[in-house]
Design a protein around this ligand. Sequence first.
Ligand SMILES: C[S@@+](CC[C@H](N)C(=O)[O-])C[C@H]1O[C@@H](n2cnc3c(N)ncnc32)[C@H](O)[C@@H]1O
Length: 236
Amino acid sequence: MKRSVNFSFHNMVRIPEPELMEDPTQVESYASADFESAHSFLIRKFQDRLPQRFTPESVLDLGCGPGDMSSRLYSQFPMANFTFLDGSEFMLNFCKKRIGTLLPKKRNNKIEFKKELIQDFVPESSYDLIFSNSLLHHLHDPFEFWAAVQRSIHQDSFIFISDLMRPDSFASAHQLIKRYANEESEVLKKDFYNSLLAAYRIEEVKEMLEIVRLDTKLNLEPITDRHWICYSKQRH
Ligand SMILES: C[S@@+](CC[C@H](N)C(=O)[O-])C[C@H]1O[C@@H](n2cnc3c(N)ncnc32)[C@H](O)[C@@H]1O
């Protein structure tokens, strides 16, 4: 199957950024950034799209980073078994600490932290819920992301993926930084800017889904001026 997509037909070509976030200054500024408004909004969208009474026994968080989203997910399904995966040890340590503060003394569920590239991740068994926020744009070959998702699901899994979308121009990218990150540190602003330039446009994600034949299973929608979400269609 041909797996290349022409990502240059849009106004502004994609400028990839390094996959892993391993630079201590970058990790620390990301871990201490105020994502409350963006992340609580995304989590609300996730909750709105979940099938009613969906209670996963197993949850996979791909590219969990320092765990702000992961802790929100964990709080929603505290009885589930969780796998938090990130290729950056530094990031994963932040996530471990954050989740650690939420864990009760006695629990029966399994909480795993995996320092692994998603390219190498082969799950022992499939997950009921696959979640990923803001990872896809890091990947140089986006099909490695979709392949990891496909390796991790069963027929009834619920998939929820969200990420940034690339603006039309450098000027629009600068405007977004001003609008949403003006009070943040210079390191975080630079990181956000680079992420916007590395992000895939929604048309590109649509094309990926068609190529990997997930377009019949997943809905894809823009939800803000800089985010899209992609989630399992309800089965009737
Ligand atoms: C922008 S952060 C997002 C973190 C978190 N999901 C959130 O919503 O805040 C992206 C994370 O993906 C990780 N990452 C990037 N490429 C990866 C890969 N190939 N395999 C595993 N993790 C990767 C980075 O190290 C980083 O922690």
